[in-house]
Each structure stands twice: as structure tokens, then as C-alpha cells.
Design a protein around this ligand. Structure first.
Ligand SMILES: O=C(O)CCC(=O)C(=O)O
Ligand SMILES: [Fe+2]
Length: 517
């Protein structure tokens, strides 16, 4: 599951570097082989050209006659039946096979394609722009760049074909139409390449069927006709053409089709708010107009913070959310990331009594014990100084370090358990009362933390930490803490979560029967 973490994507890059090496060797050997063949060709053809008029005299020379006979009996078959080409190819394949188990699998390609489509949706990016390597959105008729990459990476027709096909295979014709449209356009102006999976015919075929499923019969028909011109013997396409023609005669209204809708998903109810908050990247003006929000230097009355108070930014009162700037140093963040690296595994979520992987959380994570590194102990102590909370097991969980992947995200969720059977209760120290989340990296674009019902989002601020209470003082979950990690548009996002449970904090956060507190 390479696509679920940028760290694994980096490993894929190293594998490709090795592959380039063996391909270089292959090219060199094959070039050498062809040069040898060319030399033989030149020698023999020069002989024939030079001897044309004096063939009989030439052959009178026994040396000439001998070399002719020798060439035909020995040199030609040596060349024609040479194994060199196969041997070169074999060496290339051996190099590839050695790496094969560490290369991305089909599920990685599919996951990466899904990641692209997620970015397309959440950030309202235009497919045409993406294909040209741009991250653009159309708003009020103007095309605006969400992010300008230093070098743009255009996609090929085959790239688009694969994304479109991933959508097609799950009957998501909203996306398949858009991506296959681009594939067809690009394939039309392109010649065949040996590394490609699809052809113009494949793309036309899939696009025509997608249009048909979307109710756009006239597009399905014209694409099928184009396909039939290229492949007149294809009976299936011929049948489709006849079917589409009949349909159009019977119901001419089917010519344009309905406007394609995005496939629905589990979080449809909050989708618009979620996406709006992700797109605004934390720049919600009303937040700064609220006079009850402030920034200060904060010690929490802890002597340990007197000399170096923490820069506190109150982000929201209801729910109570604060951002502590420069909570860790760059070196500490690095230590934590390095420690987590070997233990990164696909992130899971609670599902009933179990834990499972889901599309709505795309990342890898690792749990770090205090003993993993002195930095973890320091971070624990700092959290305690700032919040007064007891973060030792079982009152606090181990530190969970998360690395997001391609379009990696965590859709709207609660950190606390909303059912009594949740695995979160295994520590027997109550529910997750508070979240302390450290941003261990920056990102270039995307990746904000969005609070859906509370209507704000916090952009990733490297080395800072976000703190909030998940529970009301009466122990009930605070519905306003519904939050999400927006898809990472550009960058390598790392966070670390410290979850603090109810037990052990009795003297730090007083209880109250008031359901509002
Ligand atoms: O990555 C984020 O911004 C949010 C992560 C989160 O909510 C979580 O890990 O529970
Ligand atoms: Fe969370």
C-alpha cells in the first residue's frame, strides 16, 4: 500500500532509480549489438557494390571465393540465430524481477488514481488543467491557480486512460467520462508507445460506454462510429451503434444526457462544508473579527514554561481549540518522524469492536512508546506543562505518528468513541477526552485540519500543535469537534496525535453537569 504514505512513494522513487540503471545497460548492449550488425551489413554490402561489374574476376580470387563461402556458411547463421538480443532482454528482466516485490502493485496505481480524483473533487480542480500539469479551479468564469508547481508535469493520454479506467471499473461514470475524454483527445494526436497500456480504440470504447451509462446516447454513438471506422470488423461495436441509433430514434431526448453527478459517499451530508473549509485553507476572515479570540504567551502557571512561554493562539471557543506555535523544534519533529519511519503501517479506524482500513482515511501511522526516543518524553512533559493533563499510559495513549499519502486525508470524524463497544475503551481509562495534535511537517498546499460543524479550518503550521477537548465536562462527546484532515494537495504531511483519556485528569479538568460546558 505504497500510495497511502509519501514515505513509501519515496521508496518507489529509489526503486525506479535502480531500474533506470538496468535499462541504461540494456540500451548500451543493444546499441552495441546493432552497431556490430551494421558493421557486418556495411562490409557485405560494400563488397557487393564494389564487385558489381567484375563479379567473375573477383571470384577468380580464391580468397574472395573462400570468404564468400565462409560468410554464407558461418557468419550469416551466426548473426541470424544469435541469442544476444534475448540475453540482453533477459538481463533487463532479471534486474526488474529482483525489484518486483518492492514495486507498486495494481492497488497502488488504483489508490493513486483515486487520490487524484479526490483532489480533483475536494479542491474543485479542472481535469483539463491537471492534465496539463496545473492545479486550477474555475471560479466566476476565471481560471485561478490553486498552486503553481515549479515545473509542471503534464499527463499522457495513457495516464488519463488509467485514471479513467479506475473510475470506469467502479461504475463511476462521472469521473470516467472526464478522464477518458482527455485520454481520447491526447491519444488522437499521438503515436503508439511500447510502455503504454491503452490505445485510442480502448479509450473510445470505454468513453462511449461511459456516455451511454450516463444517458448521453449521441456522444456514445459518435464515439462508437469513430471506433467502427478504425476497427470495422468489431461486431460488438457494430451492435452498439445499431442499439444507440434505435434508442435515439425512439427517444431523441437522450441525445444530450443528464448532467453527471459525483458518486455519493458516506459523508455526503457534510461534504459541501468539508470541501469549502478545505478550499479556504484556514483563511476564514470571521475568525479574526471575533474579539473574544486572542494570542498570548502562555505558561499555564507552570514554572517549567516561565522562561520560555508558549505562543498560544486561541482558534475557537466553541469548541475550545488552541494552536501552540513552535511547540516542537525542527530537530524534535525530525526525531519523531525518523523514529516512526520503520513502524509505519496503513492507518485503521474503529469499526464496531474492531479496527479496519478504509478509503476515508488514507495514511500510514506508527505508535511510539516513550522509550522510543528522549524527544518523546520531552514532548509528553511539555503537553503536561501546557495542559496539566496526565499523559502517561493508560491515561494518555502512545504517540501516534501519521504520514499521509497521495491525496491522503481523513474524512470528518470524531476522535472520541461514540459507541461503548469502541476499541478505544480497551485502555479502561474512559473516553478520549482531549486531542493534542502536532504538525511535524509543512505542506505546500492542502492538508488543513477542518472543523466541520464549528465552521473553520486550521492550515498546517509546521512544528505547531493543535489542542482541543473532545468531550463536554459532563463526559458527553462534543458534536462540534467533528473534524477532518483535508487531502494533501502538494507535500508530505506528518502529524503526531497524543490522545488523553478521561481518567487521571479528575483534578485537572473539573466536571460539570452542564451539557453546554
Ligand atoms: O491530519 C489532520 O489534520 C487531522 C488528523 C486527525 O484528525 C486524526 O488523526 O485523528
Ligand atoms: Fe482526528
Amino acid at each position: 500500500e505504497m500510495y497511502t504514505s509519501m514515505m513509501s512513494v519515496k521508496q518507489a522513487m529509489l526503486s525506479e532509480r535502480q531500474l533506470i540503471g538496468s535499462l541504461r545497460t540494456y540500451i548500451d548492449h543493444e546499441t552495441q549489438r546493432l552497431e556490430d550488425i551494421k558493421r557486418f551489413y556495411s562490409k557485405v554490402s560494400a563488397f557487393h557494390n564494389g564487385m558489381y561489374n567484375e563479379l567473375a574476376t573477383a571470384l577468380a580470387n580464391p580468397l574472395v571465393a573462400f570468404t564468400l563461402i565462409k560468410r554464407l556458411q558461418s557468419e550469416w547463421p551466426n548473426l541470424v540465430y544469435s541469442y544476444e538480443a534475448e540475453e540482453n532482454l533477459q538481463a533487463l528482466r532479471v534486474g526488474y524481477k529482483q525489484l518486483e516485490s518492492s514495486l507498486p502493485k495494481l492497488e497502488d496505481l488504483q489508490g493513486a488514481a483515486q487520490g487524484l480524483m479526490r483532489l480533483q473533487d475536494v479542491y474543485a480542480l479542472q481535469v483539463e488543467g491537471l492534465v496539463r500539469g496545473h492545479f486550477q479551479r474555475v471560479s466566476n468564469g476565471n481560471t485561478v491557480d490553486i498552486y503553481k508547481p515549479p515545473v509542471s508535469t503534464p499527463l499522457s493520454g495513457d495516464d488519463c486512460f488509467l485514471v479513467g479506467k479506475v473510475a470506469y471499473d467502479v461504475e463511476d461514470y462521472y469521473h470516467s467520462v472526464q478522464w477518458l475524454e482527455e485520454a481520447v483527445r491526447l491519444f488522437r494526436g499521438m503515436s503508439w508507445s511500447p510502455e503504454h497500456e491503452g490505445t485510442l480504440e480502448d479509450a473510445l470504447d470505454h468513453l462511449a460506454f461511459s456516455h451511454f451509462k450516463a444517458g448521453n446516447i449521441s456522444s456514445a454513438l459518435s464515439l462508437s462510429l469513430e471506433l467502427l471506422r478504425r476497427d470495422p470488423s468489431n461486431k460488438r461495436v457494430l451492435q452498439n451503434v445499431e442499439k444507440y441509433e434505435k434508442l435515439l430514434v425512439a427517444r431523441p431526448s437522450l441525445s444530450s444526457g443528464s448532467v453527471l453527478k459525483r458518486p455519493s459517499s458516506t459523508y455526503l451530508r457534510t461534504r459541501n462544508a468539508y470541501e469549502r473549509l478545505c478550499q479556504t485553507q484556514g483563511s476564514q476572515p470571521k475568525l479574526y473579527e471575533n474579539p473574544s479570540l486572542f494570542c498570548d504567551y502562555f505558561t499555564n502557571g507552570s514554572p517549567g514554561l516561565l522562561l520560555q512561554p508558549m505562543k498560544r493562539e486561541l482558534v475557537s471557543l466553541q469548541p475550545y481549540v488552541v494552536l501552540f506555535h513552535d511547540f516542537v523544534t525542527a530537530a524534535e519533529a525530525q526525531n519523531i518522524r525518523d523514529c516512526a519511519l520503520p513502524g509505519l503501517r496503513r492507518s485503521v479506524v474503529a469499526s464496531g469492536v474492531n479496527q479496519t482500513t478504509v478509503d476515508y482515511r488514507i495514511s500510514k501511522s506508527a505508535w511510539l512508546k516513550d522509550s522510543a526516543h528522549p524527544t518523546i518524553i520531552k514532548v509528553d512533559q511539555r503537553i503536561t506543562l501546557l495542559t496539566g493533563l496526565n499523559v502517561q499510559l493508560p491515561y494518555g495513549e502512545h504517540l501516534q505518528v501519521v504520514n499521509y499519502g497521495i491525496g491522503g486525508h481523513y474524512e470528518p470524524h470524531f476522535d472520541h468513541a461514540t459507541s461503548t463497544s469502541s476499541p478505544l475503551y480497551r485502555l479502561s481509562s474512559g473516553n478520549r477526552m482531549a486531542t493534542f495534535m502536532i504538525y511535524l511537517s509543512s505542506v505546500e498546499a492542502g492538508g488543513s485540519t477542518a472543523f466541520i460543524y464549528a465552521n473553520f479550518s486550521v492550515p498546517v503550521v509546521e512544528n505547531s500543535a493543535l489542542f482541543w477537548w473532545n468531550l463536554h465536562r459532563n463526559g458527553q462527546g462534543n458534536g462540534d469537534t467533528l473534524h477532518a484532515g483535508c487531502p494533501v494537495l502538494i507535500g508530505d504531511k506528518w502529524v503526531a496525535n497524543k490522545w488523553v483519556h478521561e481518567y487521571g485528569q479528575e483534578f485537572q479538568r473539573r466536571c460539570s453537569p452542564d451539557p453546554e460546558e
